[in-house]
Design a protein around this ligand. Structure first.
Ligand code: 1CP
Length: 346
């Protein structure tokens, strides 16, 4: 079981060894569009579900059973380690993470960062248990763990909740760089502790989600973000996928100096162009346009084939959407994409 998992198509692709058939999984495959997920979640708040090991394990397994994807993505949320650190946060249905006290001033940052990130590792037993249960059920299919990158977490913390352009976090890095670096450095340690718990319990790869990095100017990404994201994932014993939306203007920097085994690409940049930018020593992940998942099958099929063809320009290709599965997606369409990708290499 364990030995098979290490030679999975996903891990081979991450290591740069191109499997005959490209591995495929979907960001946000757990939850969202699955009726069996909605049924399980009735009466349980999102963060309570994340901290209930058998529930988190079952939700993680549902899309793997249904679609036959080549990896599970652990059911949790980027704000879970903050909850484990004792920060007051809830996930509001239809909205997202909301914090009782936004972190806006130097004093707010000093108070928050006084919490020892080791608290997260100490409180993460439900996460370890959920990962252990999931890995045992998955058999030879690998499980991907994840964490939020410091900027995407800060975008929620500084604003106090979801926002479109993350103006307050982007202002803080320029207006008070000392507080910014203190906050981002602390968030990197918190996310690293969350990843560590998942790795201890058996995930075979991890993804760092910097979903909102595309709101940054390239120079700001380099000066204020990249060092902290790199610290979050440096020297981990499993391969790292680094994902963001709208990162075309600084895609080469998303490699984090070679620490990332794979870079996630959204739907805006064709994979052959992305490969020319990142070079021959990194794997690409992506980049089916989530908007086309609702298109007539012949349109979607032609698009998926184009993504597969352009993906051959990369050293290896992990097929995924360019961002998460849209909530209204017909799950049967996802299954059909998996079948198409798997048939492509034969
Ligand atoms: O496949 C999966 O769904 C795996 C579990 C998962 C992951 C990887 C969840 C469950 N959240 C995440 C990561 C996450 N959370 C990201 C990065 C991925 C991405 O860009 O899509 C982000 C930005 C969040 C923050 C968040 N949590 C939002 C977005 C809010 C906004 O700013 O627009 C939302 C809506 C949540 C809640 C959430 N997380 C996960 C689920 C299933 C839900 C919906 C809550 C519910 O069902 O009540």
């Amino acid at each position: 079981m364990g030995a098979m998992a290490h030679t999975s198509a996903l891990v081979r692709a991450l290591n740069g060894d191109r499997p005959e058939v490209a591995p495929v999984w979907f960001m946000r495959q757990a939850g969202r569009s699955l009726p069996e997920y909605r049924e399980l979640r009735v009466g349980t708040r999102m963060l309570d579900a994340c901290l209930t090991p058998d529930l988190a394990a079952e939700i993680t397994l549902q899309p793997v059973r249904r679609h036959g994807v080549d990896a599970g993505i652990f059911f949790s949320d980027i704000v879970v380690p903050l909850r484990l650190a004792g920060v007051e946060v809830e996930i509001e249905p239809g909205r997202g993470p909301v914090f009782a006290a936004p972190i806006r001033t130097a004093d707010d940052v000093a108070r928050l960062t006084a919490i020892d990130p080791a608290e997260v590792a100490a409180a993460a037993e439900p996460i370890r248990e959920a990962v252990r249960l999931t890995v045992a059920e998955l058999g030879e299919t690998p499980l991907i763990g994840f964490a939020g990158a410091p900027f995407t977490l800060a975008a929620y913390l500084v604003e106090g909740g979801p926002s479109k352009e993350h103006l307050r976090a982007r202002a803080m890095m320029h207006a008070d760089p000392d507080s910014w670096h203190r906050l981002a450095g602390w968030l990197a340690q918190v996310s690293r502790a969350f990843l560590g718990a998942q790795i201890d319990a058996g995930v075979q790869a991890v993804q760092l989600f910097d979903s909102w990095a595309g709101s940054l100017a390239p120079a700001a990404f380099r000066a204020f973000i990249a060092p902290h994201s790199t610290a979050a994932v440096t020297d981990l014993p499993v391969p790292v996928i680094h994902f963001g939306v709208g990162t075309g203007p600084f895609l080469a920097d998303m490699r984090l100096g070679g620490v990332a085994s794979a870079v996630g690409v959204d739907w805006r940049l064709p994979l052959d162009e992305a490969a020319a930018i990142v070079g021959p020593d990194v794997t690409l992940q992506g980049n089916i346009d989530p908007a086309l998942v609702g298109a007539p099958w012949p349109v979607l099929e032609a698009h998926v084939r184009d993504v597969l063809r352009r993906g051959r320009a990369a050293r290896a290709h992990i097929v995924n959407l360019g961002h998460g599965v849209p909530p209204e997606t017909d799950p049967a369409v996802l299954t059909r994409i998996v079948e198409l990708v798997h048939a492509d290499g034969e």
